[in-house]
Design a protein around this ligand. Structure first.
Ligand SMILES: Nc1nc2c(ncn2[C@@H]2O[C@H](COP(=O)(O)OP(=O)(O)OP(=O)(O)O)[C@@H](O)[C@H]2O)c(=O)[nH]1
Length: 610
């Protein structure tokens, strides 16, 4: 292993996240613009899935900052991942931790924190990734006078007081919003404690103002606070960002080489949908530089490449490779089987989040990283998972998810994060009655599932209401017999629990000949009347002078008679059964008090329910 030293740092890797339309792409374009304008003189190079900014280019770009600039750029450059959003961030991973060294969270200064901003904060926190906030679109502050590509502080100083006031107000609002998320934040040039405060960098992707500040801050933070992580090591660290079919090359993988070297001809191992893939690097490719456009080939071939960079790998058998997988190189001393196992361990670890009882929702995501993020979230939300898959949703996934229709309907749901559902799969799900929820925001999926679950619970309650029997004990009011049978009409007092219309009523008798206990079901309460008004429910103590109830039995039952089957001194019970108790447990927990459950225990004994 090469000696590690703080003077031999590799380039930090930077991702951009944020809500839609906050200007992530525009911001990337703006930073990159130098290379178009200066014909790549600054050495900014387009790589696969990433743009590389060498130290010189950063020094040039940040010159406007004058004395505020970092004293010395120690990192060789900055590797900025081109695809904004969670896809690349969640895929830049290894063993559940992030390979992204620093992230830019873009917030539209006019809109503040939006749903995907919160989602991004959650992802960044889960992966413990340091980040700065680009407060973008400052040029939209009313009456802003732009000075293209200027340092932010200088631009702000030259604005009218009203603009400065509006800026201040919006920054304060943003700080409050961050505080609500449990984060301290402050304008980057006022930040005295980077460990405790998130830095806010005002930017405009249109005018370029604040971008020098942002680059400078990224360099400063990475080289001063994370040099340990950036010390160059030869040990390979590489992750698959995307799997792409390219004409003439077949299926290729776009990888970010975070550490170490890759060579043409290397034997590589990656995680595949159907098991580990072992193959040999046919070509290592990066795009042709802009000025070389006359050259026919789209790509430059490399014999070997060194971290950190984004590169396309062409190799056979990559069709089933999974984005987000680690890539390992099998050297002469390595045991191929070990590497295969290691590479698959990411997927097998995720498999362990599947509920053992086999009950749970089906979860599908675009990549290993996205799936991992969603599963982590479901775990903390205590939503069980019965099956997972990566990639677009096909019929076979729906079939697998449909098993839950029989087992537990509330889980007959597919939560699909950032994936397409093909037409056939959609139709099949519709036909079978599987709910398919798709979203680009994890907690939108969660919200929709929770909503659906609540609707199912309510439906179940309605369906099961007739078989729910709430516990109660009644006594007859002495002499209050209005009709002896068919229907029985008597006056009662509720001694315990609550009596509802629909409750089956019984009395317990001992057979005088055999001595055995007999339960006489009198029928169901079909109406309750108090002070000549009909009511649906009467609770213990509410009856006062008693309520009149009508008990009717089904046509197939023998009508019971006062004086023969029951008398004035009897206690009357709601007739609970094993099944009725289960229904209460399943769907009516919220309607049952502690005393009610205690009464159930008592009645179980009295009525001999197991
Ligand atoms: N005025 C102003 N408009 C901006 C700025 N940055 C971006 N925009 C505009 O905002 C819109 C969205 O910008 P994008 O860069 O596409 O935003 P994004 O975050 O990449 O959006 P998604 O890719 O959809 O997530 C575009 O119309 C941009 O021109 C800015 O600094 N100032």
């Amino acid at each position: 292993m090469a000696a590690r030293s703080k003077d031999d740092l590799r380039s930090p890797i930077c991702c951009i996240l944020g809500h839609v339309d906050t200007g992530k792409t525009k911001l990337l374009d703006k930073i990159r613009q130098t290379n178009v304008q200066e014909g790549e003189a600054g050495g900014i190079t387009q790589q696969i899935g990433a743009t590389y900014f060498p130290a010189d280019a950063i020094v040039k770009k940040t010159a406007v900052l004058g004395p505020d600039r970092a004293e010395e750029v120690k990192v060789p450059g900055l590797l900025v991942i081109d695809t904004p959003g969670h896809e690349s961030f969640t895929n830049l991973r290894t063993r559940g931790s992030s390979l992204c060294n620093i992230a830019i969270l873009v917030v539209d200064i006019m809109h503040g924190l939006e749903p995907q901003t919160l989602e991004s904060i959650r992802l960044l926190r889960d992966r413990k990734t340091p980040f700065i906030v680009a407060l973008n679109k400052i040029d939209r502050l009313f009456d802003w006078k732009a000075i293209p590509d200027n340092s932010f502080q200088d631009s702000l100083a030259k604005q009218k007081p009203s603009v400065q006031d509006e800026f201040q107000r919006r920054v304060e609002q943003t700080q409050v919003a961050f505080a609500e998320q449990g984060l301290n934040s402050t304008l980057y040039y006022k930040n005295k404690n980077f460990a405790k405060y998130v830095s806010l960098v005002p930017t405009s992707a249109h005018t370029g103002e604040g971008i020098p500040d942002m680059l400078n801050l990224l360099v400063n933070l990475t080289q001063s606070r994370m040099s340990d992580k950036l010390m160059y090591i030869t040990e390979l660290e590489c992750t698959v960002l995307e799997v792409k079919v390219i004409e003439g090359l077949g299926t290729t993988i776009d990888v970010v080489l975070v550490n170490g070297w890759l060579h043409e001809g290397d034997k590589i191992v990656v995680c595949g949908l159907n098991g580990p893939i072992v193959t040999q690097v046919r070509a290592l490719l990066t795009p042709q530089p802009m000025r070389e456009l006359r050259i026919k080939s789209q790509y430059v071939h490399h014999k070997s490449v060194k971290a950190a960079l984004g590169v396309k790998i062409s190799a056979p058998d990559l069709e089933k490779a999974i984005a987000g997988s680690r890539l390992l190189v099998c050297g002469p001393d390595d045991d191929e089987e070990d590497l295969k196992e290691e590479v698959m361990s990411d997927l097998t670890n995720l498999m362990s989040s599947i509920d053992r009882s086999g009950h749970g929702v089906w979860v599908q995501a675009s990549t290993l990283g996205a799936l991992e993020a969603l599963l982590e979230f479901l775990k903390t939300s205590k939503i069980p998972v019965s099956g997972i898959n990566i990639g677009p949703v096909h019929r076979k996934d729906v079939v697998k998810a449909s098993v839950m229709l029989e087992k537990a309907r509330e889980y007959a749901v597919m939560l699909c994060f950032d994936v397409k559902v093909d037409k056939e799969a959609e139709e099949m799900a519709e036909e079978l009655g599987i709910r398919v929820f798709t979203a680009d925001i994890i907690y939108h999926l969660f919200d929709r599932y929770v909503e659906y679950n609540a609707a199912i619970t309510e439906q179940k309650r309605k369906d099961q209401a007739p078989s729910a029997v709430f516990p109660c004990v009644l006594k007859m009011v002495p002499g209050a017999i209005f009709n002896k049978k068919d229907p029985i009409i008597i006056g009662v007092d509720v001694v315990e629990g609550a009596l509802r219309v629909g409750t089956p009523i019984c009395v317990v008798k001992t057979n005088s000949e055999t001595g055995a206990r007999e339960i006489n079901t009198l029928g169901k309460v079909t109406s309750i009347e108090m002070n000549h008004k009909s009511i649906d429910i009467v609770k213990k103590g509410q009856a006062g002078g008693g309520v009149a109830i009508k008990i009717e039995c089904a046509v197939y039952e023998t009508p019971k008679t006062y004086g023969r089957h029951f008398e004035e001194t009897d206690e009357f019970y709601s007739k609970i059964t094993r099944q009725s108790i289960d229904v209460l447990k399943q769907s009516f927990r919220n309607d049952m008090s502690k005393e009610d459950w205690a009464l159930i225990v008592k009645l179980k004994k009295t009525l001999g329910v197991d």
